[in-house]
Ligand binder design. Structure first.
Ligand SMILES: Cc1cc2nc3c(=O)[nH]c(=O)nc-3n(C[C@H](O)[C@H](O)[C@H](O)COP(=O)(O)OP(=O)(O)OC[C@H]3O[C@@H](n4cnc5c(N)ncnc54)[C@H](O)[C@@H]3O)c2cc1C
Length: 322
């Protein structure tokens, strides 16, 4: 098999389903570009994942609305992909459409005032870049997020957090497009945030986030960022693809500590390995398949349950056709 064929077909047996002709024709009529059979391993930080039946990157809100209306009308499922840094996508891939927001959703509008600034941030903005920009502008509120990869939209959905901070603390409102294609704004008081989770009132794509940041002192902000960076450099695995913390921290405990005390560092199944540096990271040590990662997660969960009577829950989201 040529390299090109191997790239486009995915691993043996992981064949995408042909999307319904009616969906493809309706999207073509709306001039929404689609890529059938796109391998999702190219879009995840784990570098794992089979094909999407239909991959759609939209550039504008009207294009997004058209795409969602078509899929809704044909009851064709849609999965929203952010930066793919908290996902484990099945080897068989995702049935239906996988939607990604393109460049048109990568913007930041600033409104600075005496009490800090109000920002309107596109959902496709890389979270790391936003953090650097706000520190440079001497604005406080996002220092905790230094080093969190992915997009601001994905960060919102995961209520991403670190070092005691969470994105929920700065959110004022969000803009979404509903599955029926309507653009609506949802105020903070209607958003149900919890640990690493935002329950959207309706199944919707987030297009922008409005946040308020307080004025900060440059030296203090930079010190916090440097501290966060040093801790990540010391403890997190480098050089191997991964999806961050695999399990949520149980209340009052650290999943990584339980896994380490249980002797699981370095445990390996196929190409998946529990990191030697931080036991709550599973890394793709080479050629890992989603099945390897899931089996290793299952093994680690059983060991921790038997030893500590603690039920670990995945933080990474399992996506697709298992
Ligand atoms: C090295 C490393 C370190 C990490 N450190 C941290 C950390 O310190 N703290 C932390 O919280 N996380 C961490 N993570 C996990 C991950 O980076 C975060 O959860 C991140 O916020 C996910 O953003 P994403 O854009 O990659 O979302 P994805 O992984 O693509 O998606 C996550 C979820 O959000 C949904 N989603 C994404 N975009 C949208 C949208 N626009 N509208 C609707 N739904 C959407 C997806 O459907 C999915 O359910 C780390 C990951 C890695 C690889």
């Amino acid at each position: 098999m040529s390299g090109r064929a191997a790239e486009t077909q995915g691993p043996p047996g992981d064949v995408p389903a042909a999307p319904p002709v009616a969906v493809v024709s309706a999207l073509a009529a709306e001039e929404v570009p689609v890529r059938p059979g796109e391998l999702l391993g190219r879009h995840t930080s784990f570098r794992i994942g089979g094909p999407a039946d239909l991959f759609v990157a939209v550039q504008t809100v009207p294009e997004l609305q058209a795409m969602l209306r078509v899929c809704h009308a044909h009851e064709y499922p849609v999965f929203f992909l952010g930066g793919g840094t908290n996902l484990l996508v099945s080897d068989r891939g995702v049935r239906g459409a996988v939607l990604k927001l393109g460049k048109g959703f990568d913007f930041v509008e600033w409104d600075t005032h005496a009490n800090g600034a109000s920002l309107r941030v596109g959902a496709a903005v890389p979270f790391k870049r936003l953090v650097l920009q706000t520190i440079k502008a001497k604005l406080a509120g996002l220092e905790f997020a230094e080093g969190i990869p992915g997009t601001v939209g994905g960060g919102l959905l995961m209520n991403a957090g670190a070092f005691g901070g969470e994105i929920s603390s700065v959110v004022e409102a969000i803009e979404v497009v509903t599955e029926a294609g309507d653009a609506v704004s949802i105020p903070r008081q209607e958003l149900d945030f919890s640990y690493r989770h935002l329950a959207l009132p309706t199944r919707a794509v987030v297009t922008a986030i409005r946040m308020r940041l307080a004025p900060g002192e440059a030296a203090t902000l930079q010190a916090k960022v440097a501290h966060a960076k040093a801790r990540r450099d010391r403890h997190q695995p480098r050089g191997y693809p991964n999806a961050g913390s695999i399990f949520k921290n149980p209340i009052g405990e650290h999943a990584g500590r339980l896994l380490e005390v249980a002797g699981l560092k370095g445990a390996r199944l196929g190409g998946a390995m529990i990191s030697e540096r931080h036991a709550n990271f599973i890394v793709n040590a080479g050629g890992a398949r989603a099945a390897d990662v899931v089996d290793l997660m299952g093994f680690a969960t059983r060991v921790v349950r038997d030893r500590f009577e603690v039920a670990l829950e995945p933080e990474v989201r399992l996506v697709g056709d298992w």
